[in-house]
Design a protein around this ligand. Structure first.
Ligand code: ADP
Length: 511
């Protein structure tokens, strides 16, 4: 074969590799070219991957050649370069006699890429071989082309499999998925995203996120990246509720490539939670009437005839239980109403003197405090204004704080309730010298249902709803609830309500 023919063949092989043509067709050209260069009677290639061994053969076909494929392939795994196994004296245990009368000699060499054995190429000759050095170099060049073709095919199969998996993942019906690059240009926009954001992939691809997704909340989340809040809700055009989540997309070397936005459909959970809240509201509401009736009848027991000491004691116990239950029902109702997730409570503003709210709280708990020998005192600063707030809810919040202060202060302690103005805020505080709360427990106590269990609290019953109510009453007035506490020394809980026009008599309630 002339040099010109050879270069033409090499160009043809390279083209086949670049075009991703069928591997067998590319390898056949490689093998044919090798035969032309060396006058070999047969050229064969054994290719092994993790599961299969395949043979591509050109030239003379004979069973004896097929028998040799695996032997030569294994033999070559230990070879580094072109070598000619001696057919007449084979390694122990291997019978090469089958080649007798078919081939006199053979030339085999491993196909290696970065020291990985990708396959074996071997040529069979009817006559003894005597290869010129240049021909050996050509063979090596062709061998290299074969390795590249094998490797490319494997890589393409791998990337195709990864692509198919990714497509399957993205094609899911439920979760909108958007991936943007570091410039916030949309790279991935799955069918669920097309549906939720009402825009086709072709119109979204490579467009700035803010142009495609009109939600300000989602735009801000993407700006915030990994520090985006996780309590955002997104309402779609068809009234589904989604919980969005943003995470980073990084390359293997850690470089930031962009951001992934996934929206989880939480409509079902939201409905369930709403149904549950509705149910709780209805049941709590309906329990109130029979309990009021029961309390009425128990109260009347002493009026209809003499009651002995034991009966009197039992009556008191029944009344205490009814009170506890009524209290719990009221808390469940308050917590349901004020739950920000439900957002059902309409604040009812009216003129309200904070001094009166404190007086009511003191009188409500005077007996309970006395029972524990607790000194319950109050102080209202003279500059405290009359407010325009939800007095019923503010009263309930303060009642919860005073109730807690008495509950979590040992007998003989002190509870002091104050109203004052500080930094443009009305501050209602309840201070006790009770058990106190450890710093690590303080933050979560304002969440729904959170309670701290300490050995001193043994026997103290509670629902974990009180502080949740307190915080949400404060928030309804654009204020906040806070806590200062030291274990063993006591706690001070405060409700801060800003003295904005909306919260003051004569101001604008719409603010
Ligand atoms: P609970 O019904 O359990 O009292 P709350 O929401 O009112 O529910 O309070 C939550 C938790 O906060 C309580 O379980 C208690 O551990 C702690 N706590 C509340 N007030 C005080 C206080 N004044 N002193 C110590 N711990 C308190």
């Amino acid at each position: 074969m002339s040099f010109r023919d050879l270069t033409q063949r090499l160009a043809e092989i390279s083209q086949k590799i670049a075009a991703g043509e069928k591997l067998v067709s590319t390898l056949s050209v490689v093998l044919d070219t090798m035969r032309s260069i060396t006058s070999a009677a047969s050229a064969r290639l054994v290719k092994e991957d993790t599961v299969t061994i395949e043979v591509v053969a050109t030239g003379m076909q004979h069973d004896a050649l097929g028998d040799m494929d695996l032997y030569i392939h294994h033999y070559c795994q230990s070879l580094g370069q072109l070598e000619t196994p001696d057919v007449s004296s084979p390694p122990e245990g291997i019978d090469l006699r089958s080649l007798e009368g078919v081939m006199t000699s053979l030339l085999a060499f491993p196909l290696k890429l970065r020291s990985e054995h990708k396959g074996t190429l071997w040529l069979g000759f009817e006559h003894a071989i005597d290869l010129a050095d240049t021909n050996r170099e050509y063979l090596q060049l062709l061998g290299l082309q074969a390795v590249i073709a094998i490797n490319n095919t494997a890589l393409m199969a791998e990337s195709q499999a990864a692509q198919e998996q990714l497509s399957a993942l993205l094609a899911n019906d439920y979760e909108p998925i958007v991936i943007v690059d570091t410039e916030h240009l949309i790279q991935v926009f799955n069918p669920a995203a097309e549906d939720v954001f009402q825009i086709a992939y072709t119109n979204a691809h490579l467009k700035p996120f803010d142009l495609v997704v009109k939600s300000e909340a989602l735009q801000q989340m993407l700006q915030a990246g990994a520090t985006a809040p996780n309590d955002v809700e997104y309402q779609s055009h068809d009234n589904r509720t989604f919980s969005p989540h943003v995470s980073e997309v990084r390359a293997e070397d850690g470089t930031l490539r962009g951001w992934l936005l996934v929206l989880r459909d939480v409509t079902r959970f939201k409905n369930l939670s709403e149904n549950m809240s509705d149910f709780l509201r209805t049941v709590s509401h309906d329990i109130r009437s029979p309990m009021t009736a029961a309390k009425g009848y128990v109260d009347m027991l002493t009026m209809v005839g003499p009651v002995n000491d034991k009966q009197g004691l039992f009556i008191n116990k029944v009344l205490t239980s009814i009170n506890d239950m009524t209290n719990l029902v009221e808390k469940v109702l308050d917590a349901g109403r004020l739950d920000p997730e439900m957002d059902v409570y309409e604040i009812r503003r009216e003129a309200c003197d904070p001094g009166d709210v404190i007086k009511k709280a003191i009188s409500t708990f005077a007996a309970a405090a006395e029972n524990k020998g607790i000194a319950l005192t109050a102080d209202v600063a003279p500059d405290v204004p009359v407010m325009f707030i939800d007095s019923l809810m503010t009263e309930r919040a303060l009642l919860n704080l005073v109730e807690n202060a008495i509950k979590y202060t040992p007998d003989g302690g002190k509870v002091h309730v104050t109203a004052r103005v500080e930094d443009g805020m009305l501050i209602l505080s309840v201070q006790d010298n009770g058990y106190g709360i450890a710093p690590e427990d303080q933050a979560r106590l304002f969440e729904r249902g959170e309670r701290v269990r300490r050995k001193e609290h043994k026997g103290i019953r509670g629902s974990g709803l009180g502080l949740f109510i307190v915080r949400n009453v404060a928030r309804k007035h654009n204020g906040h609830a806070s806590l200062q506490s030291e274990i063993g020394k006591g706690s001070t809980f405060s409700i801060a309500i800003p003295l904005t026009p909306a919260n003051l008599v004569g101001g604008s309630a719409s603010q």
